[in-house]
Ligand binder design. Structure first.
Ligand code: SF4
Length: 324
């Protein structure tokens, strides 16, 4: 990332991203050697003794588990008990991510629709997850999905600087940490990483591409990835970036040791909840009504959620806003 001022010529939006993400070596933070061991020790000390309460081990924890558990425990349990169903709006993010992944090693002039078509073809060929959904679409639905994904990819190409191989770009980079004698697996996949550490000097930038509006959960997701990267490599990433594809806008956060300890605490809290909910004698999940009730699978049967939504709809009507 130190050569971000090299050609090709950048437009003002690309230059802004370049300035936001780049840093000279002397400006980069360095971290102590034993940080990884301390983080690992603290997490294992708290979680290890209670993991034995769980009937099914190892336990797998993702960023989605953490954010849902911290949002509403009852929603977490409800989501776990239903079959996941893809929709076109959800699939557009996956297609756009895949297209940007292809872009990293694409030779020649990248054309957004070609990248999108190729991304959809490769997802379908995988015969898994969103690929099965895309395969089931009618021609009109497929065209709508391609159009929406194309919008994101074109925005990315317009606003993000062309990826220089010397930045060590890695798309869909998997991060995983095994703790508590491999009984707890933390896992995630970063949309794009750039750079790498130099000794104890941080150099990696973790980037997640987001659709929709910025939220605190997006920040917490990247902090979780920063923790995983530290547990894996021993040196934390330098910078965390949520890149909002609709606005073409990066929101960045510098990584500090305090940030990593806060991510570790949030992880321990969430895993503690998971253990209580999954224990041989589980406790009942609590409810935390909020905006997420709108798309919660338990909304039809959850009294707290229904009361919240009724009040929110009344408030919207009073303000002249149509409920969505
Ligand atoms: S409807 Fe709301 S309060 Fe109820 S489980 Fe879902 S998110 Fe939680």
């Amino acid at each position: 990332m130190s050569d971000l001022t090299e050609p090709p010529k950048l437009n003002p939006a690309q230059q802004q991203v370049t300035d936001d993400l780049g840093a000279k070596r002397e400006e980069r933070p360095s971290f102590r050697d034993d940080l990884r061991e301390h983080l690992r020790h603290e997490i294992e000390e708290t979680i290890g003794p209670v993991l034995t309460d769980i009937a099914e081990l190892p336990m797998f924890v993702s960023k989605h588990d953490l954010s849902t558990l911290h949002s509403c425990e009852a929603r977490y349990v409800a989501e776990r008990n239903i079959d996941f169903a893809w929709t076109v709006p959800m699939a557009r993010g996956s297609v756009a991510h895949k297209a940007i992944e292809l872009l990293v090693t694409w030779r020649g002039e990248p054309v957004p629709l070609e990248l999108v078509d190729e991304a959809m073809a490769r997802l379908v060929a995988s015969e898994r997850g969103v690929g099965v959904f895309i395969h089931s679409l009618t021609e009109a639905e497929r065209a709508e999905l391609a159009g929406r994904a194309n919008d994101f990819v074109a925005t990315f190409l317009d606003t993000f600087p062309p990826l220089n191989r010397r930045w060590v770009p890695v798309a869909e980079s998997r991060v995983r940490a095994e703790l508590c004698e491999d009984q707890l697996a933390l896992q995630g996949r970063v949309d794009l990483s750039l750079g790498r550490p130099d000794g104890n000097v941080a150099g990696k930038v973790l980037i997640d591409f987001k659709t929709g509006r910025p939220s605190v959960a997006h920040i917490e997701d990247l902090r979780f990835y920063a923790l995983l990267e530290t547990l894996k490599v021993g040196v934390p990433p330098r910078l965390l970036v949520n890149y909002y594809l609709e606005a073409g806008e990066p929101r960045r956060e510098e990584v500090t040791e305090d940030l990593l300890w806060s991510a570790a605490k949030r992880l321990v809290d969430a895993v503690g909840k998971l253990i209580e909910l999954d224990a041989r004698t589980p406790r009942s999940p609590t409810t935390s009504p909020g905006p997420a009730c709108r798309w919660c699978p338990a909304a039809g049967t959850c009294d707290d959620g229904r009361r919240y939504l009724a009040r929110a709809d009344e408030a919207d009507e009073a303000d002249g806003v149509l409920p969505h």
